[in-house]
Design a protein around this ligand. Sequence first.
Ligand SMILES: NC(=O)C1=CN([C@@H]2O[C@H](COP(=O)(O)OP(=O)(O)OC[C@H]3O[C@@H](n4cnc5c(N)ncnc54)[C@H](O)[C@@H]3O)[C@@H](O)[C@H]2O)C=CC1
Ligand SMILES: O=C([O-])CC(=O)C(=O)O
Length: 337
Amino acid sequence: MVKAVVCGAAGGIGQPLSLLLKLNPLITELSLYDVVNALGVAADLSHIATPAQVTGFLPPDNGAERALKGADIVVIPAGVPRKPGMTRDDLFVNAGICATLASAIANACPKAFILVISNPVNSTVPVFAETLKKAGVFDPKRLFGVTHLDIVRASTFLATVLGKPQDAPKYKVPVVGGHSGVTILPLLSQAEPKIPSDVLGDKAKRDALVNRIQFGGDEVVKAKDGAGSATLSMAQAGAEFAEFVLQAAFGGKKSQRPVQAYVYLGAEAGGEAVKKEIGADLDYFSVNVELGPNGIEKILPIGQIDAAEKELLGAAVKELGPSIEKGATFQPAPPKL
Ligand SMILES: NC(=O)C1=CN([C@@H]2O[C@H](COP(=O)(O)OP(=O)(O)OC[C@H]3O[C@@H](n4cnc5c(N)ncnc54)[C@H](O)[C@@H]3O)[C@@H](O)[C@H]2O)C=CC1
Ligand SMILES: O=C([O-])CC(=O)C(=O)O
């Protein structure tokens, strides 16, 4: 029996993500929470003939906590998306929503795996961590900033550059760091299969590929022209990431444990080694981890990076530090009396 909850379930990401979770055979109960239209989305999905029983919840009568009660996994795409001209940092208005949802999780399902999609991820994950710490229920191995869309994009864009777009699923590119512009650090030198030297050694081609991975989100924001940011690709990436966590924790004997995934995590999850590797005292960073029944079980080394990547790492660290600080020191407004 696995209960999954989507917070922000009626939104652009929330709806297709809820659909994909409804199709996941490991999930037996699916609760959909939103401040609008959650009942409609739940009614619609509930007609699909899969095991998960779907219920919608709105805010009245402590709806968030009723939705979250006893959850095993909570996926959070709640909050405002970007419009053209905005950076992800301009979405820091979402910090208040994240703090509220973190408090509800602390009360209703303190042991759940928490998957944070709401931007700016570089700051909202520290907001979640600090709120859970204040409530005395923080388990750093169960809190994940979802950067998996960067991994998905890197495979797609690399395959395209190599003239083999249909082979996208075969290409694996580590992407570490954060989830915003230059904090997104693709490690092309470690891609598998190896990138041919006529691309990796060609500075213009390599820079263009790195730039496309770092600013892939902007491509969608621009194309949607005011109607939001990536929703469908994010829903797919979010469902895929949720599947990694579910397989590792609830996959039973069939699961190919340990499951590996890139996660934006807090140093308290075991990131001291990461700090040493990157040579910076950052409390959050996305790296490859092994997932197991209790969440993050092992942090895998970033490994050898080349000179071009060292330069990118410097830029990533410079921008990540203040974003982390902003989230970690966020003070939610006191509730209105
Ligand atoms: N981590 C990542 O890679 C990505 C993150 N995002 C982020 O995901 C977030 C959601 O994006 P979209 O779905 O496109 O936005 P959207 O506006 O379509 O949907 C957001 C949903 O959140 C709901 N919501 C607002 N306040 C809430 C609260 N207090 N509790 C529960 N639900 C609440 C809204 O009613 C709405 O249905 C944005 O912050 C966006 O930047 C988007 C793409 C990729
Ligand atoms: O670009 C945005 O604002 C949404 C996002 O995080 C992404 O698509 O990677």
